[in-house]
Design a protein around this ligand. Structure first.
Ligand SMILES: NC(=O)c1ccc[n+]([C@@H]2O[C@H](COP(=O)([O-])OP(=O)(O)OC[C@H]3O[C@@H](n4cnc5c(N)ncnc54)[C@H](OP(=O)(O)O)[C@@H]3O)[C@@H](O)[C@H]2O)c1
Length: 273
């Protein structure tokens, strides 16, 4: 057994949607430091190019390439795939990370907040994956499958609406869809797993993680006592995408500091104290 190569990604090509910010960027850096060529795509192509430049300046063994790509429409997905094919003829890893949210109180949650969120978080994720299957199938082998990692959320597993009703439902859909695809694609040497992150600092969570004080307050509500860090995402990605994760599919990785196992008070607590 070669321990050094368990988490190495030398020679692999990865696509990370939404890879210029937040969790996508954390993943992109981890994949790149492990030796992969990482394609980063989101609506803001210039931001992706700028982040790829920053990542390439780290002196890591891999490479980053940034360009525009929109997973919110069918035309966007098709254009993104064309852009991917212009840059690579093989794809080993697909991280479906792009996501949006919408928050409003119950009773005022707008109808429009469903379609927009579902289009990006669920339909775009599914359509991109479906249309990249030929490339993923071509790269996967029984010993070293191609990898799909979908970014769900702990909010898709636990009953936490937080005013983000369509978001939480979309993330439950991502988790369920990941399991269905894992089942259907195992025979094609493609693993499909999901991350179910808790709070990480990002643009999406900036309203509650924009400075040390707010981050620390959010961290106090996490059983492990802090918000997530870059290494927490990078570690999951290298585990799922390296040799170490080759036999794992249909998993939901609870990278949420224990929020996934929070529950109400113990049943007899009140009676005994
Ligand atoms: N941060 C957390 O606490 C947390 C927790 C659980 C799950 N998540 C999930 O993690 C993923 C990343 O979110 P984040 O928290 O890192 O927030 P973020 O910084 O806002 O990242 C979201 C990314 O998605 C991209 N994106 C949005 N719409 C897109 C579209 N139509 N096509 C392509 N890219 C699009 C954005 O880039 P452009 O604006 O350039 O398109 C952005 O880079 C999301 O799926 C989110 O639901 C986050």
């Amino acid at each position: 057994m070669d321990i050094d190569t368990l988490f190495g990604l030398e020679g692999k090509v990865a696509l990370v949607t939404g890879g210029a910010t937040g969790i996508g960027r954390m993943a992109a850096e981890g994949l790149m430091r492990a030796g992969a060529t990482v394609l980063i795509a989101s609506r803001k192509g210039e931001a992706c190019e700028a982040v790829a430049k920053e990542l390439n300046a780290l002196g890591a063994s891999g490479k980053a390439v940034g360009f525009a790509g929109d997973v919110g429409t069918e035309e966007g997905v098709d254009a993104l795939i064309a852009s991917v094919k212009e840059r690579t003829d093989k794809l080993d890893i697909l991280m479906n990370n792009a996501g949006i949210t919408w928050g409003a109180p119950l009773g005022q949650f707008p109808f429009a907040a469903w379609g927009k969120v579902m289009d990006v978080n669920v339909a775009g994720l599914f359509d991109l994956t479906q249309k990249l299957l030929p490339m993923l199938k071509a790269s996967g082998t029984v010993d070293d499958p191609a990898r799909v990692v979908n970014v769900g959320s702990v909010m898709g597993e636990r009953e936490m609406g937080d005013g983000a009703y369509s978001y939480a439902a979309s993330k439950a859909a991502v988790i369920h869809m990941s399991k269905i695809l894992a089942k259907e694609l195992a025979g094609d040497a493609i693993t499909v797993n999901a991350l179910a992150p808790g709070p990480f600092v990002s643009r999406m969570t900036a309203f509650a993680t924009h400075d040390e004080e707010t981050r620390s307050k959010v961290g106090d509500d996490v059983p492990i006592g802090r918000v997530g860090r870059d290494e927490d995402i990078a570690g999951c990605m290298l585990f799922l995408c390296g040799r170490g994760g080759a036999y794992i599919t249909g998993a939901v990785v609870p990278v949420s500091g224990g929020i996934n196992v929070m529950s109400g008070p113990n049943i007899f607590e009140q009676a005994l104290h």
